[in-house]
Each structure stands twice: as structure tokens, then as C-alpha cells.
Design a binder for this molecule. Structure first.
Ligand code: PNS
Length: 165
């Protein structure tokens, strides 16, 4: 079932984008007219990649999906959703540990904007343990991240770690 007139928004930090995120994007995109991947611009949070680097990284991975757009946002997600004319927020759920935070966020966003719904997609099993945090930690200690991110993202993460060592 698709919603050809509905725009969806997939927000996150994406520092960096993982195969788990890309799996959600690829599964969600065909369900909507457009899927806007929105990278949080948060100067107070230390990130491995600047927001425009994260945008470029994602755009490169989804260039075969014409309905997917990539942008940055700051401020409240609900305000950005309104600006994009998105009626649905997409989030991925990995494990039960994600649930509490996601539940709180979905309820808060719905309190702020009742007409905006958050839809959760269960991660594919092989990505259920993948997080951007873990990717960075494993890479910093020289571990193999090839099962967690694309080859292009792997090269960028390793280059960034080398620059900082
Ligand atoms: O990938 P993340 O870090 O789990 O994504 C979290 C994100 C960006 C979706 C969330 O922090 C967010 O929406 N931030 C924008 C500020 C906001 O609207 N806060 C209120 C929602 S609880």
C-alpha cells in the first residue's frame, strides 16, 4: 500500500549514515510521494561529520532514488515537518531499548502537532545491532565496520579518524 500524495520526513543525526538507516530509507521511500531525509544541525553536539558532509554522504547513497531528498534542519522537528509539508515522520526501531526514547519523542511531537503522525519501521534483522555510535567506536579502535556502513562511508570514517590521530 502506498500513499502517493503524502510526503514523509526521516529525521536523524546520521553521524554517519549506517546500512540500518539506508535500509529504512529504501523501504520507506517507495511508500510515499517524497521522503525527505533531514539531518539535524546541532552545533552544541560534537559530531564526527559536519552536517553538509552528512548530507553529501546520504545523497551519494540514495542517488538512484528520485523521490528521496536530503536536507538539514534545526529547531523543532514538527516545525520543519510543517515547512516540508510532511504529514508523516518515519523512524526506525531496532530493539526494545529504542522504545522508551522513541515513545516519548512520538508523543511529544504529537502533542505539539496532532496532525503529524510518527510511523515506526522495524529494522531488518541483520542491522538490529547497528548504530552510528558503535560504527565510530569500532572504527576508532581499528575494527572492521564493513558490515555496518557502505564502502564509501567506511572510507570517509577511516579518513576522518586518520586526520584526528
Ligand atoms: O538519530 P537521532 O539522533 O536519534 O535523531 C534524533 C532527532 C534528530 C530525530 C531528534 O533529536 C529531533 O527531532 N531533534 C529536533 C528537536 C526537537 O524537535 N525536539 C523535540 C522532539 S522530542
Amino acid at each position: 500500500m502506498t500513499a502517493p500524495h503524502i510526503n514523509a520526513l526521516y529525521p536523524g543525526s546520521f553521524d554517519p549514515v549506517t546500512l540500518g538507516h539506508l535500509d529504512i530509507i529504501r523501504r520507506a521511500a517507495p511508500l510515499y510521494a517524497t521522503l525527505q531525509v533531514a539531518v539535524l544541525r546541532n552545533p552544541s553536539k560534537r559530531t564526527m561529520f559536519a552536517e553538509l558532509e552528512r548530507v553529501a554522504m546520504i545523497a551519494d547513497e540514495v542517488r538512484d532514488l528520485p523521490m528521496v531528498r536530503v536536507s538539514t534542519f534545526d529547531g523543532l522537528l514538527v516545525d520543519y515537518a510543517r515547512q516540508c509539508e510532511a504529514r508523516v515522520i518515519i523512524r526506525g526501531l531496532r530493539a526494545i531499548t529504542d522504545f522508551e526514547y522513541e515513545f516519548q519523542m512520538a508523543l511529544m511531537n504529537r502533542t505539539l502537532t496532532p496532525e503529524l503522525n510518527t510511523l515506526y519501521m522495524m529494522t531488518s534483522q541483520q542491522f538490529s545491532y547497528v548504530s552510528s555510535q558503535m560504527v565510530k567506536e569500532i572504527a576508532r579502535f581499528g575494527g572492521d565496520i564493513s558490515a555496518l556502513v557502505s564502502p564509501a562511508v567506511q572510507r570517509l570514517v577511516q579518513a576522518r579518524i586518520k586526520e584526528h590521530s
